[in-house]
Every structure is written in structure tokens, then in C-alpha cells.
Design a protein around this ligand. Structure first.
Ligand code: PLP
Length: 444
């Protein structure tokens, strides 16, 4: 079918070839061309494509029942997946609510926080502070928390207009502070914002522990995380970790929060949680939050497909596969190999201004000047051009150009967590070749 004959519309007309099949870290188009899935789709396919054991478990569930409405039946897949999820969480996060995607998870986290505040006699707590840049989803509520103008401007004004604080993009700072002091400085900006809003009005702070597409795998200095937790506790503000991208092992721990020993009040997950085998997400919170809501008549929220047995069977199979293959540990190990490769790219190309990330959520950023971190000229269109050059060579990576807060074109490299060291070397050889071609084209 030609592109002209397509009835679909997405962000733009879709010039891509038809997908035929997936296998491990690879995708194949209908012409038989092979692609390394260097971004796991959109940081989704954590266990790789078409895992036969997972497919068999999904098929077994399909043969029994594909749908049973959660208010009509309990199902073993949803109960078992909830139990498994809790077993992988930090202590204290022991109640699970399923959804079908990341935006739904973020919406659900905020609504749970709101209903909890109501049970505490604090209905005036409604403000949710988030960061700029950030990405929390594209439904109106999640979009209002998102700090990324190109996605917000077409729909402004937002429903509520929630306050934002700067994301800790310390790699752009040119002060004389230590990294520790910088982390604390950004945390204090949150404190200032809470005070300015009136702490009695502030419900929650939402953050991606490691940034995703909008910041390019931004990691804050270690000092930031603990101080943010303290500040939230000081004012009774709930701390929501949006682990939609980072959760389910992507950063080398099951939750990114574990890197800093943080227990958030609510965690939102999706992407790698269903790993592309089913549209699936979850919020996880503690009894402390959930029991008062249940006592008050229950969480007044829920999507039709939430907790359906087919998606939950897929999610359970994914988590079992992750455990059996030790994929969280592999993400940590391979993340080091990948980061070393990215660092050597940075040594080679002066227009790579920064490499960063955690585990297998990594990024590199193009600049015109490493000292000032000024971005490359917009006209070079680096963020689309390099992706095209890599795609032509059989490698998929993910890119964005962000205005404000981060400096420009950045590229996420986030392969499936099953990737091996030789496969990382293959992937990086293609990437190097694409960057070389870009450098020549752009005259860099
Ligand atoms: N939150 C984060 C951190 C994300 O990266 C994303 C998606 O990229 C979302 C929320 C929204 O997820 P979805 O696209 O599944 O609605």
C-alpha cells in the first residue's frame, strides 16, 4: 500500500516502510532490511521483540479469556502481576492500580493524590509542581505537567496551569559550584516554589528520576534526590516519581528511585512494564495513601481496560522473563559498556557536548561550542538528520530538540535490556558511521 493510500494520521505523514517482524534487538521491514532497535521503540521493548516464552504465556491466556471487567471478576493474571510488582518495589509501596499507558498512569497518580488529600481534610491542596523541561504524557492533565513547549503550545491554555521549576540540567551551568552544591541548589528551587505557592495548597511534586525524551536522559547530582524527598516531607507534599520510562529495569535497577534509596509516595510505570507485548501501566503507592481512599468509598477513577487479564498476563510474563534472564543486572552491566562507547564518541567529535544517562537509558547531545554549550544552528536540523542517517544504515535511535533548559539536539540510545556486548559494538559502529556522515554533510 502506498503512503498516499493510508487512512492513518499521526504527527506527520508517515514515510516509513512497513514493519514485518521483530526478533530480539532487531526489527525487519517488509523488504527484509534489518534494524537494530537502539531505542527499544520509544524506550518500550525492554525484553526484546517476539520472545517465544512470553508469546506462549500470552497465547495461553488468550485461550482462556481475553477480557473480564475488573468490577465483575477478580483475575489471576492481575492479582499475580500486582503481587509480583510489589515484590520488586522498595518496602512501603504495596498497592497497585493498573492502567494501559504512561499518560494514564500519570493522570491516575495525580488523581489518587487528590483523593487522598480529600480524605485528610485538605481539599485545598491541588497544585502539582513539575519540572521544565519534562515529559509526563499527552492527555490534558499529564500535558499540563509536561514542560515541553512544542507539545503544549498548540493546546494552550492548559486546563489548570501548574507551576514548574527548572529541571537540574547542571551540565549547562557555568558556575563554580560543586556538583553536590548544584544538586542542592536545584532542590532549593523546589522549596522556594512550594513556599511561593503556599505549602497548604501544594499537593504533589512530579519528577522523572532520569529524564526521558524532553531532557535526553538527564541525571541530577546525587544530592538532589534526597533533598527533594526531605523538602516534600517538610511540607506534606506527595512525591510522585514518573518512572514510565525508567521503571522496569531500564536504568539498571528495577526502579530508578533505588539508585538514591528514595521511596516515592506514588510511582507511575508503563513502557517497559508491558515491554510492548501489551498496552500496560501501573501506579504503585503505599497502604498509607490507599487505605483512607478505600475507606472513603474507593478510588473514583478507572479505565475500562485497566487490569484486563490479557495485558496483565503479558506483564507478568515480561517480569518473569526479566527475572529469569537477569535483565536488570544486564542493563547495569551493558549500560557501563554503552557509556564508555559514548564517551569515546565524545572524545572523537568536538560537537558532542555531553553524554549522560543511567543503565541503558543514555543520551548524547550536539553543541556548536562545548565551552558555552551553545546548540548547533537550527538550520542543520541535526536531530532529524542524524536519525535519518542512522535509520538508512539500519539503526533506530530517538531524538529531540528542546528549547529552554537544555541546549539543543539530543539523541537517546536505549536498546532492549537483553543486548549483549558484541551487539553494543555493532550498534555503535553504525552510529559512528552515521555521525561521520552527518559531520561531513554539515561541514563540522
Ligand atoms: N511519562 C514519561 C516519563 C514518558 O516518557 C512518557 C512517554 O514517553 C509518558 C509519561 C507518557 O506515556 P504514554 O505515551 O504511554 O502515554
Amino acid at each position: 500500500m502506498s503512503n498516499e493510500a493510508s487512512y492513518l494520521f499521526y504527527q506527520s505523514r508517515n514515510p516509513r516502510p512497513f514493519l514485518d517482524r521483530g526478533e530480539g534487538i532487531y526489527l525487519f521491514d517488509e523488504n527484509g532490511k534489518r534494524y537494530i532497535d537502539g531505542s527499544s521503540g520509544a524506550m518500550v521493548s525492554n525484553i526484546g521483540h517476539s520472545n517465544p516464552r512470553v508469546l506462549a504465556k500470552i497465547k495461553a491466556q488468550m485461550d482462556r479469556a481475553t477480557f473480564g471487567y475488573r468490577l465483575h471478576f477478580r483475575t489471576h493474571p492481575s492479582e499475580d502481576l500486582a503481587a509480583k510488582t510489589v515484590s520488586l518495589m522498595p518496602a512501603g509501596l504495596d498497592r497497585v492500580f493498573f492502567v494501559s499507558g504512561g499518560s494514564e498512569a500519570v493522570e491516575s497518580a495525580v488523581k489518587l493524590a487528590r483523593q487522598y488529600a480529600l480524605t485528610q481534610g485538605q481539599p485545598q491542596r491541588y497544585k502539582v509542581i513539575s519540572r521544565f523541561p519534562s515529559y509526563h504524557g499527552c492527555t490534558f492533565g499529564a500535558l499540563d505537567l509536561t514542560g515541553y513547549d512544542p507539545l503544549r503550545e498548540p493546546f494552550a491554555p492548559m486546563l489548570a496551569g501548574m507551576p514548574k521549576v527548572p529541571a537540574p540540567a547542571t551540565y549547562l551551568d557555568r558556575d563554580n559550584l560543586t556538583e553536590e552544591a548544584r544538586g542542592l541548589k536545584y532542590a532549593e528551587l523546589l522549596r522556594d516554589q512550594i513556599v511561593q505557592e503556599g505549602p497548604e495548597n501544594v499537593l504533589a511534586f512530579v519528577m522523572e528520576p532520569v529524564g526521558g525524551a524532553s531532557t535526553g536522559a538527564l541525571v541530577a547530582p546525587d544530592s538532589y534526590y534526597g533533598r527533594v524527598r526531605e523538602i516534600c516531607d517538610e511540607f506534606g507534599v506527595l512525591l510522585i516519581y514518573d518512572e514510565v520510562m525508567t521503571g522496569a529495569g531500564r536504568t539498571g535497577k528495577f526502579l530508578a528511585a533505588e539508585h538514591w534509596g528514595i521511596t516515592p509516595d506514588i510511582v507511575a510505570m508503563s513502557k517497559g512494564f508491558g515491554a510492548g507485548y501489551a498496552p500496560l501501566g501501573a501506579i504503585v503507592a503505599g497502604k498509607r495513601l490507599v487505605e483512607p481512599v478505600l475507606d472513603a468509598g474507593g478510588f473514583q477513577h478507572g479505565f475500562t481496560y485497566a487490569g484486563n487479564p490479557l495485558a496483565c498476563a503479558a506483564g507478568l510474563a515480561v517480569l518473569e522473563e526479566m527475572e529469569e534472564q537477569g535483565l536488570v543486572e544486564n542493563a547495569a552491566r551493558m549500560g557501563k559498556v554503552l557509556m564508555a562507547e559514548l564517551e569515546s564518541l565524545m572524545e572523537r567529535y568536538p560537537f558532542i557536548g555531553d553524554v549522560r544517562g543511567k543503565g541503558l537509558l543514555t543520551a548524547f547531545e550536539f553543541v556548536s561550542d562545548r565551552n558555552t554549550m551553545a546548540p548547533l544552528p537550527v538550520g542543520l536540523d541535526a536531530h532529524t538528520r542524524l536519525v535519518e542517517l542512522a535509520y538508512a544504515r539500519g539503526l533506530i535511535i530517538y531524538s529531540r530538540r528542546t528549547r529552554g533548559g537544555t541546549s539543543g539536539d539530543h539523541f537517546l540510545v536505549a536498546p532492549p535490556l537483553i543486548i549483549t556486548e558484541p551487539q553494543i559494538r555493532d550498534m555503535m559502529a553504525i552510529l559512528r558511521d552515521a555521525i561521520e556522515a552527518f559531520a561531513q554533510e554539515a561541514g563540522l
